[in-house]
Design a protein around this ligand. Structure first.
Ligand code: PMV
Length: 330
């Protein structure tokens, strides 16, 4: 058995606009998906998953055809999504090996699913690393990022940027603009506070929604470009270690995302609760529609405010994860 883990992420800036070639700055956080891969004697794949936001399930199949139904009471779309990502990851491993090997894959994740914290990217990245190492191959984090992106791209019908997968594989703060992905060197300590409404947004649907608004209304096209400008300003603030300016720009970014229609009442409530508590800034993270917000606050005030905010199910502090994908047990 080989075990690998990979971190989730928050978007400091730039989600959605990144889909249209604008830059984005995601930051890896110390919340990880851990994948155990064991090679089998047959070509079957068995997936067992335990995620923070699901009760756990187990599924076994050959060549994408599920032969046993979920053993636990988990909503079917979640099972399909998890199986789709693992299937894609194993497909990549078979491509590397040029052979049809089978695996038993166990996933444990403390990243809520579909909540804007990059849970699927972390699972795919860790699964590719664990399964390739299990058969004696060590891929570079860059190659894992690239292969994980192909998986996300396929599963999400071409509506995926490289941001999540590159950030999860490399760790730290990164900059993604189209196919150009880079790590951002020295970053200040970023005091992230996460608020989670217990829900999830449908990334594909939200990306399609922004596309349609952008095609119909000129303001939305300009909004996407404005997010790009804001990200460029934000990168300079990050390199200067100017947290106040970063917070201000996060607030602007949230407003622009709201204008594109991807915020929600619970996300707005959590954003405002942290701002009123004295956070330097706050915004939704990821696709939106529900899920998580990220605030910048070195004090405990935002976390306390979130605990009393209707619509907020849980809150936690998230340190920047300097390490991306890593082997836990060779
Ligand atoms: O919610 P997440 O973690 O799936 O992030 C989606 C981010 C988008 O920019 C909306 C889409 C993408 O692939 O970059």
């Amino acid at each position: 058995m080989t075990v690998a883990s990979a971190p989730g992420k928050v978007y400091l800036f730039g989600e959605h606009a990144v889909v249209y070639g604008e830059p984005a700055v995601p930051c890896a956080i110390e919340r990880r998906a851990t994948v155990r891969a064991t090679k089998r004697d047959d070509e079957r794949i068995r997936v067992q998953a335990n995620d923070l936001s699901i009760n756990g399930f187990s599924v076994e199949y050959t060549e994408g055809a599920t032969e046993e139904s979920a053993e636990f009471d988990v909503p079917h779309p979640l099972v399909e999504a998890a199986v789709g990502y693992v299937d894609g990851a194993i497909e990549q491993v078979r491509d590397v090996l040029d052979a049809s090997v089978g695996f038993t894959v166990t996933i444990e994740s403390d990243i809520p699913l579909g909540a804007g914290l990059g849970s699927s990217a972390a699972v795919v990245v860790a699964a590719i690393d664990a399964a390739t190492r299990e058969v004696g191959i060590e891929l570079s984090p860059e190659e894992i990022a690239d292969r994980a992106y192909q998986v996300e791209y396929d599963v999400q019908d071409g509506q995926a940027s490289r941001a999540d997968t590159f950030c999860s594989a490399m760790g730290g703060a990164v900059r993604v603009e189209g196919d150009d992905c880079q790590q951002i060197g020295d970053t200040p300590r970023l005091p992230f506070v996460i608020g989670y409404d217990g829900g999830a947004g449908d990334t594909g649907e939200l990306v399609a929604g922004v596309r349609s608004v952008r095609e119909t209304y000129g303001f939305a096209d300009e909004t996407v470009s404005s997010i790009g400008d804001l990200v460029r300003t934000g990168e300079a603030a990050l390199l200067d270690g100017d947290l106040q300016e970063l917070g201000r720009l996060m607030n602007f970014n949230h407003g622009l995302l709201s204008a594109l229609g991807v915020s929600s009442r619970s996300l707005d409530s959590m954003v405002w609760a942290t701002r009123e508590a004295g956070a330097m800034g706050a915004k939704l993270t990821g696709a939106g529609g529900g899920g998580c917000i990220v605030a910048l606050d070195p004090s405990p005030a935002s976390g306390t405010a979130l605990q009393y905010t209707p619509g907020c199910e849980s809150t936690f502090r998230a340190e920047l994860a300097h390490e991306g994908v890593r082997v836990e047990q060779p």
